[in-house]
Each structure stands twice: as structure tokens, then as C-alpha cells.
Design a protein around this ligand. Structure first.
Ligand SMILES: [Ca+2]
Ligand SMILES: [Ca+2]
Ligand SMILES: [Ca+2]
Ligand SMILES: [Ca+2]
Length: 250
């Protein structure tokens, strides 16, 4: 009979028993499911643990996001502009906390998609629809007067600046100006506008004309002038044609 306390079987049982007691005393926090991760949870981790993990998979460690860049460690695109936090910082040099780093109305993601420079406010050169002013020609004449020339010149400058843009020139001619069966006034005005733009450096492939006769009856009564004509419907309008996928948000 052997009642030695050093029986190997008893020792092993004692060891595993102790192990179970110890394991029961240590409460190991399981890693939360990805959707249950919170900043509060991350705050309980050590610096080293934060450096070793990248919860949102954007290529920046949780530590760098929380303590260096100020980005959201649980969102790969903190500002929601379509570019990841990592790409903004290390690829494009844009601000991961601002949708539109250059402040020109296009988001950083839109600029990357368009191939323009997201940190240059002058890229892309852009003409907003209200920036080309309508020109009013003198009654019955194809020759622009001084104020018409001034506006034509401003429009020309904008077209030279934004060289990707085309322009639609809508020639509205009020029927009281048109002689019977003669619409040459349309053509003459179009010729003058085209000559002015082309001589000023805008290629003629960028310019399209649309001719629209407008009935005198559409003139508001208080807009009728001394010629019994209507400057409001005797206009040449310039519509910039946006060559880009997006229009600026502001
Ligand atoms: Ca990250
Ligand atoms: Ca992030
Ligand atoms: Ca972003
Ligand atoms: Ca951004």
C-alpha cells in the first residue's frame, strides 16, 4: 500500500485543480466583435496595444489615429470624402479631417477622381454658371456697343482661364427687331460674337450657337424701351458647359 503524497497521479490532479482555480480568478476580457468596438474600449488599452492594432484597417494604427492625426480609429474615412485617412496623409497630402482641403467646392475624393490637384484651389479652373454674363445688343444692330463689349471681354477672359470649358451662346432675338422674312440679324450677331472670341484667343471649336426668336408678347410691360422693343428678351446668353464629372458644392 502506498499512501505517499508524492504519488504522480495525485500531483497532476492537484496541479490542474490549482490551474482551474487560478484561471477562474483571472477575468480575461474577450476582444469585442468589430461592430461593438468603441473608443471607450480602445481607451482601456495600453499604448503598445494601440500601436499594434488597426481597428478600421485603413493602414494607420489606432495609436497614431488617436494621438497623432486626430482621425477616427474606427472609421477608415473620417471626413467622408471618399479617400481613406491613410491615403489623405501619405498619398495625396490632403487633410483627413476636411472634405475639401483646397476649398474650391470639390471634395478631395472628387478631385482625385477627376485627376485634378486636391490641394490647389485653382485646379480645376472652373466657370460657374452665373459667371458668364448676358450681353445686350443695341436695338436692331449687330454691332455690340461699349457696355456689350465690356461684358464680352469678361466672358472671353473666363473662357481663356478655364480652357477645358465649352460655351453655348444663345442668341435671343425679339421679333420686333427682325425685319419681315429676314433673320440675318441672328447670323450677324453670331458672327460678331465669334469673331470677338476667336480674335481674343478662344478657339472656335469651343463655341456653339443656338438661335431663339422670342415673341415680343413675352416682354414684361415695364421692360419695353423707347424703341418699343424689349432689352430683356434681346439678349445673347453665354452658358458654360462643364467638362468635369462634378459641379462645385459651393
Ligand atoms: Ca486605422
Ligand atoms: Ca481611420
Ligand atoms: Ca477622407
Ligand atoms: Ca479630406
Amino acid at each position: 500500500m502506498n499512501s505517499s503524497p508524492h504519488n504522480p497521479l495525485q500531483s497532476a490532479l492537484l496541479f490542474f485543480g490549482l490551474l482551474l482555480v487560478v484561471a477562474g480568478c483571472i477575468t480575461i476580457q474577450p476582444e469585442p466583435e468589430p461592430e461593438d468596438l468603441t473608443i471607450e474600449y480602445l481607451m482601456t488599452l495600453s499604448d503598445q496595444e494601440l500601436m499594434d492594432r488597426d481597428s478600421d484597417g485603413d493602414g494607420l494604427s489606432d495609436y497614431d489615429e488617436m494621438y497623432i492625426y486626430g482621425t477616427d480609429p474606427l472609421n477608415p474615412d473620417t471626413d467622408g470624402d471618399g479617400l481613406s485617412d491613410y491615403d489623405e496623409i501619405f498619398v495625396y497630402g490632403t487633410d483627413p479631417l476636411t472634405k475639401d482641403t483646397s476649398g474650391n467646392g470639390f471634395t478631395d475624393g472628387q478631385e482625385v477622381e477627376m485627376g485634378t490637384n486636391p490641394i490647389d484651389p485653382d485646379d480645376p479652373p472652373f466657370i460657374r454658371s452665373y459667371e458668364l454674363q448676358p450681353v445686350s445688343f443695341p436695338f436692331g444692330k449687330a454691332e455690340p456697343d461699349g457696355s456689350a463689349l465690356e461684358i464680352l471681354d469678361q466672358n472671353r477672359q473666363k473662357l481663356l482661364y478655364a480652357e477645358m470649358f465649352r460655351v453655348e451662346v444663345i442668341i435671343l432675338t425679339n421679333d420686333s427687331e427682325l425685319k419681315a422674312d429676314d433673320d440675318s440679324l441672328f447670323d450677324e450677331r453670331a458672327d460678331r460674337v465669334m469673331a470677338y472670341l476667336v480674335d481674343g484667343g478662344v478657339s472656335k471649336e469651343r463655341v456653339d450657337f443656338i438661335f431663339e426668336p422670342v415673341s415680343f408678347s413675352e416682354c414684361p410691360e415695364d421692360a419695353i424701351d423707347e424703341n418699343e422693343s424689349c432689352p430683356e428678351i434681346r439678349l445673347v446668353k453665354f452658358i458654360p458647359i462643364n467638362p468635369y464629372t462634378f459641379y462645385p458644392e459651393y
